[in-house]
Design a protein around this ligand. Structure first.
Ligand code: ADP
Ligand code: MG
Length: 603
């Protein structure tokens, strides 16, 4: 059995025995820790996975608590119907809030959650129908299979059962196709969208899930306490939840458990201990606690869990190298026949303010052909790539891909049609394994949703995705690196990982932006062989490259650009001799004796 499994089972066993191990005071504290953990698990998803910060989770806890409290006391609903109603309400609120704020970038989301947290708290305190500052009391306890849960000890299994259920389902979810897409959000929308990932959808899912977990915590709280008032749902509490997550380690599910436990225990311990030490009570514990938190954050900015994990790794034997997964490959799309026009660019222009980065560029690429785009730095090659792959929108002109006009499409739609690309500035997820990075490319080839994967109903498909990603890694000569974090590879090889990821999308057209940059001679040879192989299989390849030896040996045709204009097009030999090309590279030498060498020197 793996060390991880043993530890998890040990923890579950300890939780099962806890009611016999702790006194009634300890039991109440443990219940509160469980309730906080449920909220912090949502923050692990939202902040740790999605990179979105929320200070307003306490407001969702409050909405859950107040909805069930109101329905239980005023309308006489059963707690379970109260839960359903609370989840519906919170989901609707999170959808509206998410819809308004998740499209904005930077600090708008945290700011809007502050505003939201503050205003909902004011509503709780000022609406008389829900008791104003006094709140609501006489909330019925939860009944499970005819059993009424009335004491903290009886709530223990329900609360910690919910915690474990969330840990398990979220763990499964993150280890799947849609989970990878969620983890890709931190790498920026540009790359994710180019792999066909609907980033706004996944941000919304994370936001709603986090709100729902907070709601469940509030529901449990209201029925366990038997009363609610506004105090526990203040903005300050919302900030504390975030704090717990950050202290424990917002990037890991167990970090949430550790963070909320440690935070609550320390806070309790200090407020018991300090008044005894100082001989009087006051706000010293708050101050001491604040200082302690700052020290922890300064010493362990990634949270305490990452330190524990690093300790654990020392004891663990090195993981066995991954074997090629035995699962059927994903199905492939029908490709155009060799010689068919795959991409047609007509009079494409792109302006940035007054700067004309591309001026009326036209060319086409056929299946089974490598077309190289060359030109000095700043000629407009990457801009052209961005316009073709719909990462950027052209100012004028047409782009048609497989006979369909795509200049108005978004990059997701273009990716779905079979156009894939790599980036000049590598865009991998550095902490994710090489294999997972490549599997991200296969996103659009699977269909199971995060709900199915939370319950492990996606395993056959996931195995095929892994097998397909592995196959592409092998093809690119990277299988031995499959398990390493992508960021640990040399930059040249990271570019090749990007090619493997693009291949995992099952493309008809590959756009490669300087794929050979940073590669050594032998690695370049291998890359050239791979591209030749892909060409034989009928792929269309458009590549930007500075290494002219590489281009001249490989490309069927070359398009040369300078200052945003197409200055020449033809076979490598023709372009090499073209006066405008020589001019562009040499800046007007009168008698270029050996253009190829001169060009290389200039580049
Ligand atoms: P290349 O890839 O051929 O080196 P680029 O396409 O990156 O060239 O750049 C072409 C020109 O467009 C450069 O002058 C560059 O400064 C400008 N440019 C590129 N992207 C932007 C942008 N987002 N905003 C403004 N100018 C840009
Ligand atoms: Mg460029």
């Amino acid at each position: 059995m793996k060390a991880r499994t043993v530890l998890t089972l040990g923890f579950v066993l300890l939780l099962a025995l806890a009611p016999w191990l702790v006194g009634s005071y300890g039991q109440t504290l443990l219940d509160y820790i469980g309730l906080a953990t449920i909220v912090v698990l949502g923050l692990v998803l939202l902040t740790g996975v999605g990179g979105l910060t929320s200070f307003g989770q306490a407001a969702f806890v409050g909405m859950g608590a107040y909805t069930t409290a109101y329905l239980s006391t005023v309308a006489g609903w059963s707690p379970w119907w109260g839960l359903v109603a609370a989840l519906v309400l919170v989901t609707a609120a999170a959808l509206v809030l998410g819809w308004v704020t998740l499209r904005m970038s930077g600090h708008y989301l945290p700011l809007s959650t502050l505003a939201w947290g503050l205003s909902i708290y004011l509503v709780f305190g000022n609406v008389q129908a829900i008791g104003g500052q006094t709140g609501l009391s006489g909330i019925a306890p939860i009944g499970v299979l005819g059993w009424q849960l009335t004491t903290p000890r009886q709530y223990h299994y329900l609360i910690w059962g919910v915690v474990l259920l969330i840990v398990w389902t979220v763990h499964n979810m993150l280890d799947s196709r849609e989970g990878r897409a969620m983890r890709a959000l931190k790498g920026g929308a540009l790359m994710a969208e180019a792999m066909g990932i609907h980033t706004t959808r996944f941000k919304t899912i994370l936001f709603v899930l986090a709100a729902q977990y907070a709601c469940v915590s509030g529901w449990l709280y209201a029925h366990m306490q038997g009363f609610v008032n506004p105090t526990p749902f203040s903005l300050g509490q919302g900030i504390e939840y975030l704090f717990m997550g950050v202290v424990g380690g917002i990037g890991d599910l167990w970090g949430a458990v550790l963070g909320s436990s440690l935070y609550s225990l320390l806070r309790q311990w200090l407020s018991d201990l300090l008044p005894q030490l100082l001989g009087r009570s006051g706000s010293f514990e708050g101050l001491a606690f604040g200082i302690l938190m700052i020290v922890i954050l300064q010493r362990a900015p990634e949270g305490l869990w990452s330190h524990l994990r690093a300790l654990g790794r020392r004891w663990q034997a090195a993981a066995a190298p991954l074997q090629a997964p035995h699962a059927p490959q994903l199905g492939e799309r029908a490709r155009p026949a060799a010689g068919d026009v795959v991409l047609q660019v007509r009079e494409l222009s792109k302006r940035f303010g007054g700067l004309v980065a591309n001026n009326a560029i036209s060319f086409e690429v056929r299946a089974g052909e490598v077309l190289a785009l060359i030109g000095p730095n700043g000629a407009g090659k990457s801009t052209l790539f961005n316009c073709i792959s719909a990462v950027d929108r052209a100012s004028a002109g047409q782009v048609s891909f497989l006979g369909r006009s795509i200049e108005r499409s978004d990059s997701r739609a273009v990716a779905a049609m079979g156009l894939s690309r790599t980036f000049q500035h590598v865009r991998l997820l550095p902490r994710m394994s090489v294999l997972d990075n490549v599997a991200l490319g296969a996103h659009l080839r699977g269909h199971h949703s995060f709900v199915a994967s939370a319950w492990r109903l996606d395993r056959a498909q996931e195995a095929s995705i892994q097998a397909t990603a592995w196959r592409q890694l092998e093809r690119c000569g990277l299988a031995e690196h499959a398990q390493q974090p992508a960021g640990s590879l040399p930059l040249g090889l990271q570019r090749v990982v990007e090619i493997a990821r693009a291949l995992a999308t099952d493309p008809c057209l590959l756009l490669l932006d300087e794929p050979a940059a940073g590669l050594r001679y032998l690695e370049k040879r291998k890359l050239a062989q791979l591209l030749e192989q892909l060409r034989e299989q009928g792929l269309a390849i458009l590549l930007v490259e500075h290494d002219l030896d590489f281009v001249m040996g490989l490309a069927d045709r070359v398009v040369a650009m300078d200052f945003g204009e197409k200055i020449a097009e033809g076979t490598p030999r023709e372009v090499q001799k073209h006066p405008a090309v020589i001019e562009a590279y040499l800046g007007g030498v009168d008698e270029p004796a050996a253009p190829a060498q001169a060009m290389e020197q200039a580049v």
